[in-house]
Ligand binder design. Structure first.
Ligand code: ADP
Ligand code: MG
Ligand code: MG
Length: 344
């Protein structure tokens, strides 16, 4: 029975523990961080994670873009609807991740690498600025072998839709391609997030190999622009870029590709393969004083959107669910969702 089926959405990407705190100039200076930046951790940054935990009243959040999306989809769906796979270490950070996902009822299937620490993202907030320092750690060691383990593969086969975060193109493209092929073979939707401008810029080859399998492709305006530039589309117009994404060649002709481009407070642009023009959906307005933190707004949008797809809602409804969840999340600190739970 479709209505009672469990783990209908299977998600893959990089699990990271976000260690997020309000900091100060001295902290930034100590680690040589810019106030507003996103970098990969070098040797000199290694101490920052413990420092934030011990000295700055840090909030711990199960992060990683697609894990945020998975938590968001689970937030809106019945219990036991969503599973997330990725790589972690065997350390206290992984234990914290497990606790955090348990709180929202997200099932995780982690590849555990005892030799490498769990990925962490230290986030230092000073005023309206945020400095992010990421160490992918064990997330960088995810492999196809884990996806093919019988207990994980059973979840892949049982799922009705797949969501992959583009950051995973830096880690394990073969695992992504396995999910692509499962989706097409079973006529199930495959949903891809472009995730960041550097993915279409610097991981074009694996990204393009998966493109024929995208039933839904989601990105923000800067990711869309990066895609257009790296693919020589000759336009910076998000509507034209959405149109081009929707009309890329497709492996499974039974589903028309849908391209969804969010652009912060500007309307969300949706292009459907073979249709003329695009559809536009206004965002849910939110008063300035209600905005706490827009980090992960796009991840939350994708979570609500995926929940809509899983529930078989119309495209307009799925976009609305995405915008609703994004609005809830930006009222919170970090890519979090409010408890007690609100219902759509
Ligand atoms: P990303 O986080 O990837 O940059 P966007 O900034 O495009 O993604 O935000 C995704 C969605 O989040 C938007 O389409 C909108 O629904 C919602 N959103 C983001 N910022 C705001 C805002 N200031 N007010 C209302 N909604 C917002
Ligand atoms: Mg944005
Ligand atoms: Mg985003």
């Amino acid at each position: 029975m479709a209505a009672t089926k469990e783990y209908r959405l299977f998600c893959l990407e990089n699990p990271l523990l976000d260690i997020q705190a309000f900091g100060n100039e001295a902290l930034l200076e100590k680690y040589g961080l810019k106030a507003n930046d996103a970098i990969l951790a070098e040797d000199k940054h290694q101490g920052i994670f413990e420092d934030l935990l011990n000295n700055y009243d840090a909030k711990l959040i199960a992060g990683g873009a697609a894990q945020n999306t998975a938590r968001g989809a689970q937030y809106m769906l019945p219990p036991n609807s969503v599973v997330f796979a990725g790589g972690v270490g065997d350390d206290k950070y992984a234990a914290i991740l497990h606790d955090a996902v348990k709180q929202v009822g997200l099932r995780v299937e982690y590849r555990v690498d005892p030799a490498v620490p769990t990925g962490r993202c230290g986030v230092v907030i000073t005023g309206h600025n945020r400095s992010m320092c990421t160490e992918l750690g064990a997330a960088n060691h995810y492999d196809l072998e884990h996806l093919k383990k019988p207990e994980v593969w059973a979840l892949v086969e049982g799922a009705e839709a797949y969501y992959v975060g583009g950051y995973h193109f830096t880690v394990c493209p073969p695992a992504i391609m396995e999910l692509c092929k499962q989706a097409a073979a079973g006529n199930k939707p495959f949903i891809l997030s472009l995730s960041a401008p550097f993915i279409p810029q610097f991981f074009k080859e694996p990204l393009d190999a998966s493109a024929p399998y995208w039933d839904y492709v989601i990105g923000n305006e800067t990711e869309a622009a990066a895609y257009a530039e790296s693919h020589g589309l000759g336009t910076t117009d998000v509507r034209q870029i959405a149109r081009a994404l929707a009309d890329l060649p497709k492996a499974n002709p039974a589903r028309k590709r849908v391209a969804v481009i969010t652009q912060g407070t500007e309307p969300t642009i949706v292009a459907v393969q073979g249709e003329d023009g695009v559809r536009e959906f206004a965002v849910h307005p939110i008063a300035k004083e209600e905005i706490n933190d827009t980090t992960g707004a796009g991840d939350a949008f994708a979570g609500g959107f995926c929940a809509g797809i899983i529930q078989g809602r119309s495209l307009a409804d799925a976009v609305d669910m995405g915008q609703w969840l994004a609005k809830l999340s930006i009222k919170e600190l970090g890519p979090s969702y409010p408890f007690p739970k609100q219902t759509y």
